[in-house]
Design a protein around this ligand. Structure first.
Ligand code: FEO
Length: 389
């Protein structure tokens, strides 16, 4: 339970949740961390709290540096309960602390918890609070990703506490990007981005350009999940690519199947795409984690989605997946709807409708009665090749 000094007198004092496998239906196959940071200055400052059942773990780390009852400020960058549910127990210990947060965070905190007696000071983007030799500057992050969100910049250390932004869901002993491996850290961040931030691409682009044009110097980014970025340029560059939906020559084929007919079509489409040299990913909706599927879709150029028709409509697992995908609002893709049917092909029509709602540029949907013939499989192959081209 050791704290980790990430800059002079700035410590990581968070908690590691090795066993959690679910983050509102996002598979966290390697667990996750709740990062909290302690700044030792004239005013002792805690940046973010941890999930409620991990307060003890975080306090053990804080105690190795200072008595937690001496904390003067608790900055709440974001009130989602993976961070804020530890606030009530933290405030019982840090009795004299003042909470610094946005107005919306204050409203939310007092809705989630009994905030009576808590000293809550509202700050807004651009405000500064001196904590001794150092200065906290607050950055408005409204809707990135909740209305209350903000980030905190420690001016003298050029250190950005970005909360969820630039975070990753991975539990590890490593605290820094380089220790985990830069490429691996980026790949975990991509999974997080795709499943949590993809729908906010427009706001992310705007915020990145605002930060870049403000001339804010950032030497280190300390998010509220996962490893800390000693190479902030690398992850900001990756965010910019994802927010612009930059895509490689990749085709993602996603399907579910009742009697293997839609599966055969999916494989033929994948073969066709591969024959044109595309990178191909094939996913079975009931077998593969949706978190992985949407991560591959994020930077794919084309997506084919297949469903059999059941009860005159979509196969329920496909309907669920499409609901998830629609909410994530992927952009700039080509699309293909396909599937087999018995007496009507409504499932394919419903997929087509959703692809159009997402503004995908679509090919003519492929509907096959019962089992695909050789000719129909050839047609699927050609559609895959066309998607790849
Ligand atoms: Fe890590 Fe939006 O909570």
């Amino acid at each position: 339970m050791k704290p980790v000094e990430i800059k002079d007198n700035v410590f990581w004092v968070g908690a590691i949740d090795w066993n959690e496998r679910d983050f509102h239906n996002f598979l966290t196959r390697r667990g996750l961390t709740y990062n909290s940071y302690l700044i030792m200055d004239e005013k002792i400052t805690l940046i973010d709290t941890v999930k409620h059942k991990f307060v003890k773990e975080s306090m053990e780390r804080i105690k190795k540096v200072v008595d937690p009852s001496e904390i003067d400020y608790v900055v709440v960058n974001h009130i989602e309960p993976d961070h804020s549910s530890g606030l009530p127990d933290t405030m019982k210990i840090a009795k004299n602390a003042t909470i610094l947060c946005s107005q919306r965070a204050k409203d939310g905190i007092c809705k989630y918890y009994d905030c009576e007696g808590w000293d809550i000071r509202v700050v807004k983007g651009g405000d500064e609070v001196k904590i001794g030799k150092r200065t906290l500057t607050f950055i408005d992050m409204t809707m990135l990703h909740w209305p209350d969100s903000m980030a905190t910049y420690l001016k003298e250390d050029k250190l950005l506490f970005s909360n969820d932004a630039f975070g990753q869901h991975i539990a590890s002993e490593e605290r820094f990007d380089e220790e985990l491996g830069l490429e691996e850290a980026i790949s975990w961040t991509k999974l997080y981005y795709a499943n949590i931030l993809m729908p906010l691409a427009g706001l992310i682009k705007k915020k990145l350009s605002e930060i870049q044009s403000s001339g804010l110097e950032i030497e280190m980014i300390a998010p509220s999940h996962g490893v800390i970025w000693k190479n902030p340029g690398r992850i900001v560059e990756a965010y910019s690519k994802w927010a612009n939906f930059e895509s490689g020559n990749k085709v993602v084929v996603v399907f579910d199947t009742m009697w293997h007919s839609t599966e055969k079509l999916a494989e033929a489409i994948a073969d066709g795409a591969g024959s044109e040299g595309a990178e191909v990913r094939l996913f079975h909706i009931r077998k593969d984690p949706w978190a992985d599927i949407v991560t591959e879709i994020l930077d794919a150029k084309a997506v084919a989605i297949g469903s059999p028709t059941i009860h005159n409509g979509l196969f329920p697992p496909v309907a669920g997946f499409l609901t998830y995908l629609k909410g994530l609002k992927p952009q700039n893709k080509k699309g293909l709807a396909f599937g087999s049917y018995g007496w009507n092909g409504n499932a394919v029509k419903e997929i087509q409708k959703i692809l159009e709602e997402l503004k995908f540029e679509t090919l003519e949907p492929l509907m096959v009665k019962f089992r695909p013939t050789e000719e129909e499989l050839q047609k699927a192959f050609e559609l895959g090749a066309e998607l790849a081209r």
